[in-house]
Design a protein around this ligand. Structure first.
Ligand code: ARG
Length: 584
């Protein structure tokens, strides 16, 4: 592995050096280098520095220019306007830098120097319940963040905090005891059967529960048996969990997402630790007794009538709930998993819960300067009408239905374009295109914002869609196949035209973009980068004949640019959890 210093960093270094020799007190000041349309880069930082030093900006800029080492990296630098610098990079430097990237598996992207451990809580459906559109974003965003963090060298541990505990299990289990055989053994069902069994049991038990007071009483006693660890009850509870997992896995597979069994650690996993959590919080005085319950108060969290809203650690009847499981999970993730960062990808509607949980954990010292917690609250998926996404009947949309529809729509697009694909290949591509479209639509919007689930737009070949990127990738593969004997080879001695330079400089910025996006938990920055990459490639392809280039060297060099673009697209899409088929 050989990390490559980006041209931006090299130019930045040269400018900083020149700045220091022109004006020693600027030591380390940022020249504010940006990509620019006029030259390759523009540095805007001198204006502010001159102002601070009470110097004339144009004079300072001219002095800096005189001190800049030109030749190998910087070909040309000039003062423009009131004191900007326009920097042009040498063609040779571009091609040589890209060649160094191409020679490396990681495209020259370095690994973090001091990686931490991020425990990422994402993709957390609920047992015995259907997954709906609301579960989509946590899974998609969490998976992408995880790929991105992993790529930077951070160690990640996944936690799927599934909802697998609660009073509703009393009703479900009691029903199953009275109607044995209603749930088939998990090994005998597929995902769809598992869910339809669970749905049937859920509906039937609900109906008896609502109609029959005696059953209600038996169900209530069953909750007590479950909580006290009664063996038979636990066994049946486990059957609900296992049956649900069969279903979860089938949906995650459809989503083309790898979920590891040992990372499915639901609410119930923290049951044993909850009494201790409560005891510690009470002993430390972080939690107090109020009307029998154990609660935590916050100065800045108030409800109606300015009444403080507490976090309930333990209810007056002794029971524990969602907060206690999350607090205990924090102790586990920090104490046992050695997390340095706790990341939660959970609907923004739970942000108050996390605010209270984090603050409580801080007061208890479980979160401190060595461990930070962050809730990536994400927005709502909206229908094409701009309202929260519902079926025509006004019900929540099942995640599977939505994915199936996306794949179906994608199949139409693929079929229309495909000339040499078999029906089987069309179906395989349709899954990659359709699921990619769903993920990309989600990831290309800033997570905090709502977005519209609009399939027509999502599978469109024009515009900021995954299909557009997948086509760019497949087109490059087709060119590489057609090139036959001609191979991608970098030729640093060649001059580059504007479209080649623009593409090259963008390719060089991949690593910087990924690091920035990972640090900010911003997958949409990776998406925006890739979209621009595909657009710059299209511009390059329009202007620069590849297979019909003027000389053999030029052809090889352009094939080299094509190949590196493809590899960067492939890697970038993989970070978003999206496939890039070789043919489309
Ligand atoms: N299962 C929960 C739900 O569907 C989300 C769990 C989020 N994670 C957590 N640690 N609380 O609402």
């Amino acid at each position: 592995m050989a990390p490559v210093t980006s041209l931006t960093d090299l130019v930045n270094q040269r400018l900083t050096d020149a700045l220091v020799s022109a004006l020693p007190e600027t030591d380390g000041a940022d020249p504010l280098l940006r990509r620019s349309d006029r030259a390759d880069f523009q540095a805007n930082g001198i204006l502010a520095l001159a102002k601070k030093a009470k110097a004339n900006p144009r004079e300072l800029a001219t002095k800096v220019v005189g001190d800049i080492v030109t030749g190998d990296v910087i070909k040309d630098v000039e003062v423009s306007g009131p004191g900007f610098l326009n920097v042009t990079v040498a063609d040779r430097a571009i091609t040589e830098t890209l060649a160094a990237r191409a020679a490396d598996d990681r495209l020259g992207v370095p690994l973090k120097e001091n990686p931490g451990v991020t425990v990422i809580d994402y993709a957390q459906p609920n047992v015995a319940k259907e997954m709906h559109v609301g579960h989509l974003r946590s899974a998609v965003i969490g998976d992408a963040l995880r790929h991105m963090l992993d790529f930077t060298g951070e160690r990640t541990i996944g936690r799927h905090h599934i909802g697998d505990w609660g009073t509703q299990f009393g009703m479900l289990i009691q029903y199953l005891i009275e109607n044995p055989g209603e749930l088939a053994p998990p090994s005998e069902v597929d995902g769809a059967e598992a869910m339809s069994n669970l749905n049937r049991v859920y509906k039937a038990s609900r109906a008896v529960f609502d109609a029959d007071d005696d059953f209600k009483e038996r169900a209530r006693k069953r909750v007590v048996a479950l909580q006290s660890g009664d063996e038979e009850t636990l066994k049946l509870w486990q059957q609900f969990v296992d049956e649900s997992k069969v279903y979860f896995y089938s949906v995650f597979e459809k989503l083309d997402m790898e979920i590891r069994d040992e990372e499915i650690v639901g609410e119930s996993a923290y049951n044993d630790g909850m009494p201790e959590t409560a005891r510690l919080l009470e002993e430390m005085g972080v939690a107090v007794r109020s009307e029998g319950a154990l609660v935590v108060f916050f100065d800045d969290i108030r409800g109606k009538d300015d009444q403080p809203v507490p976090l309930i650690v333990q209810k007056a009847d002794g029971g524990f709930g969602y907060a206690a499981s999350d607090l205990t999970a924090i102790r586990n993730r920090v104490g046992e998993l050695d997390a340095t960062t706790l990341l939660y990808v959970v609907d923004v509607r739970q942000s108050l819960h996390f605010k209270m949980v984090f603050e409580t954990a801080r007061r208890a010292g479980w979160l401190n300067e060595n461990v930070t917690a962050h809730n990536m609250g994400y927005g709502t998926v909206l229908g094409a009408d701009g309202k929260p996404f519902k079926t025509r009947e006004g019900e929540t949309v099942k995640l599977e239905d939505l994915l199936d529809e996306a794949v179906q729509r994608a199949a139409e697009v693929v079929r229309e374009k495909a000339q040499d694909l078999t029906e089987e290949e069309i179906q395989e591509r349709a899954a990659q295109v359709g699921i990619g479209a769903v993920k990309y639509a989600d990831l290309s919007t800033s997570p905090s914002r709502d977005y519209k689930f609009d399939l027509d737009q999502m599978v469109s070949l024009n515009g900021d869609t995954s299909v557009y990127l997948q086509y760019a990738y497949a087109r490059i593969q087709s060119i590489l196949r057609k090139a036959g004997e001609a191979k991608p080879v970098a030729h640093p001695e060649l001059e580059l035209v504007a479209a080649e330079r623009a593409l090259g400089l963008h390719l060089d910025a991949f690593g910087t973009t990924v690091f920035e996006a990972a640090a900010e938990y911003a997958p949409h920055k990776v998406a925006a980068y890739l979209y621009q990459l595909a657009s710059l490639y299209t511009a390059f392809y329009d202007k620069c004949p590849v297979l019909k280039a003027d000389t053999e060297e030029q052809k090889e060099n352009r094939l080299f640019l094509c190949d590196l673009t493809a590899r960067t697209l492939h890697q970038g899409m993989a970070l978003l959890g999206i496939r890039t088929p070789e043919r489309l």
